[in-house]
Ligand binder design. Structure first.
Ligand code: ASP
Ligand code: MG
Length: 412
């Protein structure tokens, strides 16, 4: 029998009523003749509460115990979902990560899945179980301890199961009805996409469209798992939501698929550093050791042996970045005249695989921003993306103008 993976996020299992509603969706898929693996998150808010308890008890906590506590939210919803299905006369059984087992690395609180043997669950399907309800977000380390996969990790659990069980699809039920051309709260013309390519989704996910954990999209792309994002609050047809799929499965698409943005960015400039071999390493190695997520990097043309180096990072990491760079200055490994931080910038990106074969996207983006009188501070490009840093106060305006200019409200 074909295996289908269905994942329900925190808001979709937030109450017993919602668990019942989700279970009904599962029942529909079982009635179609699928063996179903349901992956559940903790009830919404639960994981935050558990993390809070750990921090209050032990600020310098032992990560193994953090995982022991924080993984428990999913155990509750897995058991409740199995009970709800049983009440509907659907043979269901809950599975905690270690029971499957979901084998992970021992990097507690951010473990990676290494292997999911399918035999235990397949044997139970053979014996008449129709639904395996698996606690998302957790696994077991080689040392035999419970691990968790990082916040939002049950998306990754779901995709990993779909790959391990060669599932026909992985349906991610959430509180939005799909992936949009941009955030509808910022642009009311945002349109739900029927399909989006893995690579586009990856760019949108890592750029701040928070529908799916980035790692889950990476995994789906590697194993070519068809991922569908859809709402658990609406009656669903077979083609509801957004299908995240291989680009070959998309017939025609817009050159630009979406506009992503990230509000809390900062731009930092090291004014006048020596233009010598090793200067970039001298700057960015300490930053990386300090855990600063550097995004865009620009080095100016040198004059008289000196150059400026500019980079962007999340606003909340500015203090950490300043400390790392000032420490390096004290040690004499870099020698800058000044360190300037601009903490009021936002990043806007246009994304689309069509950019590989169409020229002029960058030019059009710059024209649009210029006609709105918006100054561009930094530009970075990849094969399928153009990103700019601008003043944060123009972020909404820029998103709306770009959405209009690339006609994203129209289907491709
Ligand atoms: N419950 C976990 C979290 O809130 C994992 C998940 O829901 O994906 O991060
Ligand atoms: Mg989530």
């Amino acid at each position: 029998m074909p295996v289908l993976v269905m994942k329900f996020g925190g808001t979709s299992v937030a109450t017993l009523d919602r668990i019942r509603r989700a279970a009904k969706r599962v029942g529909v898929e079982v009635a179609k003749g699928n063996d179903v693996i349901v992956i559940v998150s903790a009830m919404s808010g639960k994981t935050n509460e558990l993390v809070g308890w750990v921090n209050e008890t032990s600020p310098m906590f032992d990560a193994r115990e953090y995982d022991a506590v924080v993984s428990s939210g999913e155990n509750v919803t897995a058991g409740l979902m199995a009970l709800t299905l049983q009440e509907m006369d659907i043979p269901a059984r809950s599975w905690q990560g270690w029971q499957v087992p979901v084998k992970t690395t021992s990097a507690h609180s951010s473990a990676r899945i290494e292997e999911i043997p399918s035999d235990n669950i397949m044997r139970k399907f053979g014996e008449g179980m129709q639904v395996a309800v698996v606690a998302g977000f957790q696994g077991i380390s080689p040392e035999g301890r419970i691990t968790t996969l990082g916040r939002g990790g049950s998306d990754t659990t779901a995709v990993a199961f779909a790959a391990a069980f060669d599932a026909i699809r992985c349906d991610i039920y959430t509180d939005v009805d799909g992936v949009y051309t941009t955030d509808p709260r910022v642009c009311d013309k945002a349109r739900k996409l029927d399909r989006i390519a893995f690579e586009e989704m990856l760019e949108l996910a890592s750029l701040g469209a928070k529908v799916l954990q980035t790692r889950s999209v990476e995994l789906a792309m590697r194993y070519k798992v068809k991922l569908r994002v859809l709402s658990s609050f609406e009656e669903q047809s077979d083609d509801a939501g957004t299908l995240v799929c291989d680009e070959e499965d998309i017939m025609e698409s817009n050159v630009v698929a979406g506009v992503a943005f990230s509000r809390e960015e900062a731009k930092m400039t090291l004014v006048s550093v020596a233009d010598r071999p090793g200067i970039a390493a001298a700057i960015f190695v300490p930053l990386s050791e300090a855990g600063v997520n550097v995004d865009m990097i620009v080095q100016n043309i040198a004059e008289e042996g000196r150059t400026d180096m500019t980079f962007s990072c999340p606003v909340e990491q500015v203090k950490r970045a300043e400390k790392a760079l000032n420490d390096a200055q004290t040690k004499g490994s870099i020698n800058f005249h000044e360190l300037v931080a601009d903490t009021a910038v936002a990043k806007i990106s246009v994304v689309g695989i069509g950019m590989r074969s169409h020229t002029g996207v960058a030019a059009k983006m710059f024209q649009v921003l210029s006609s709105e009188g918006i100054n561009i501070k930094v530009i970075a490009t990849s094969e399928i993306k153009i990103s700019v840093l601008i003043d944060r106060k123009y972020m909404e305006l820029a998103v709306q103008a770009l959405h209009d200019a690339f006609e994203l409200e129209k289907t491709g």
